[in-house]
Design a protein. Structure first.
Lengths: 233, 241
């Protein structure tokens, strides 16, 4: 379980998160909605211990992010918005191997896991390709493979569909849903209401670093969307 | 454009391609130093025959090697003319100097044509292992090199995009102000990408200790034979010289 207890965070003097408290259960599919600058990305960076709160605590399965960031990062993977910026190695299979190398796995085990994950995402044929030669959608899948191969319990998708065409968008949404059905907790960050139509169970709306809605999708009203400045999108 | 800088490697199943990259790198370093000890035409003829054999074994296309020599053509002509005009008595030395550099470039090209960037980076990491003693992390160096190679084509692309965007708004790159705008935008994007990459690495548990390698390097019989062969050739050449 992810427990966020009254966290606040500032960039310099500018507050980005103000007293956020939240619980995310295992197996949930939650969407974090909000406009640019609402604090979405700052919040998810706290989940992975990339940022530590100025006040309050974040704990993943009982481990405080301030205490063991390495352990935390094995539990929570993040697929960032732009795959271009998160692929470290030039060759697909070598990039997917990056996280497993950090975990200190044996070469043979790494090889096995890479093949398994590339097969799962139907991109085994790209294993030896240079990532610079891939399409944006393919890069997104490689970035996801690099996270999935580490077998995290929770995966955060930071606006994964923003730059994708409709076909790739649908593919990513289907993959997220399938992963959720396998028991992986999905946290989808988006500012696009269309992304939440089908698969999402729980919605969290942020505005100016505060939670203005946290509940089931069916309880989301026009008034709340208006308050968040998202009505009509 | 950036791809061309580092896109020379072609995957082939030859003895040279299969050699351990550490052996290849050390051989190139050794040859670079050793070539400067050679003075006679005979030794250069022998080493040239050896290089031709290497090219044949590695199945590298001659045209590709010639292309890699092309940027140095001006330099070679310049050296030749200098000797011809100002030191005609030493013209032999000039020819040997050009010959030496040509061999050096071809040897380096054989290395890059037969070794992938990731193999090179990994080999450099392994070779830098002793630096751990003085607190320098070989993995950090290797990852830095690898990420640089990965991002160079992207930065060229970004630079082109920014230049086109500015041109469409009538930028004139003969003006310092507009060049500054281009450089500033590119630097801003580069730092932003670097920050994002650092986050992505951290979130995938990056650390420079207790890590493993996807493709581990192991010295095989062929590597030891190659080392012996290079040393033998060097011995024969020294004896002739």
């Amino acid at each position: 379980m992810i427990e966020i207890n009254n966290i606040s965070y500032k960039y310099g003097d500018k507050p980005a998160l103000r007293g956020i408290s939240l619980k995310i259960n295992e197996g949930d599919f939650i969407t974090v909605l909000g406009h640019n600058g609402s604090g979405k990305t700052t919040l998810i960076k706290h989940l992975n211990a990339l940022l530590l709160p100025d006040k309050g605590d974040v704990s993943i399965d009982g481990i405080n992010t301030k205490k063991d960031s390495w352990e935390i990062r094995q539990k929570i993977g993040i697929v960032f918005q732009n795959p271009e910026d998160q692929l470290i190695n030039s060759i697909v299979e070598e990039d997917v191997a990056f996280g497993l190398e950090n975990l200190g796995l044996k070469s043979e085990d790494i090889q096995k896991k890479i093949i398994e994950i590339l097969c799962k995402l139907n991109i085994l044929h790209l294993a030896k390709e240079n990532v610079n030669n891939l399409s944006f959608g393919q890069k997104q899948l490689v970035a996801l493979a690099g996270v999935l191969v580490m077998k995290p319990k929770y995966i955060v998708f930071d606006e994964p569909t923003t730059a994708l065409d409709p076909k790739n968008k649908l593919n990513i949404m289907k993959i997220m849903s399938a992963l959720n059905k396998e028991g992986i907790t999905i946290i989808l960050v988006t500012n696009n209401l269309n992304d939440i139509k089908k698969y999402v169970k729980t919605i969290l709306i942020l505005k100016d670093g505060k939670i203005i809605f946290n509940g089931k999708k069916k309880k989301l009203s026009k008034d709340i969307l208006k308050k968040a400045g998202m009505y009509g999108e | 454009m950036g791809n061309n800088l580092f896109g020379q490697y072609s995957c082939k199943n030859t003895l040279i391609h299969r050699l351990d990259p550490r052996v290849k790198i050390l051989s190139v370093v050794f040859a670079s130093i050793f070539l400067f000890l050679l003075k006679s035409y005979y030794s250069f003829v022998i080493i040239s025959i050896f290089i031709v054999l290497l090219i044949i074994i590695s199945k590298i296309k001659l045209i590709n090697l010639l292309i890699s020599l092309r940027p140095f053509l001006f330099f070679f002509v310049f050296i030749f003319l200098m000797y011809l005009l100002f030191a005609r008595a030493e013209l032999n030395t000039g020819i040997i100097t050009i010959w030496r550099f040509t061999i050096l470039i071809i040897i380096a090209s054989i290395l890059t044509f037969s070794t992938s960037i990731s193999q090179l980076v990994y080999a450099v990491e392994k070779l830098f292992m002793p630096l751990k003693v003085v607190g320098i992390s070989p993995r950090n160096i290797a990852v830095m090199v690898s990420a640089t190679i990965r991002f160079i084509p992207l930065l060229f692309l970004e630079a082109n995009n920014i230049r086109d965007a500015q041109k469409s708004r009538l930028a004139n790159f003969k003006k310092g102000k507009h060049v500054y705008g281009l450089v500033y935008s590119l630097l801003r994007k580069t730092f932003s990408k670097a920050a994002n990459l650092a986050d992505a690495m951290e979130s995938r548990c990056y650390r420079d200790y207790n890590y493993s390698h996807f493709k581990d390097l192991r010295l095989m019989g062929r590597d030891y034979v190659s080392i012996l062969f290079v040393i033998s050739i060097a011995g024969v050449l020294l004896w002739i010289s």
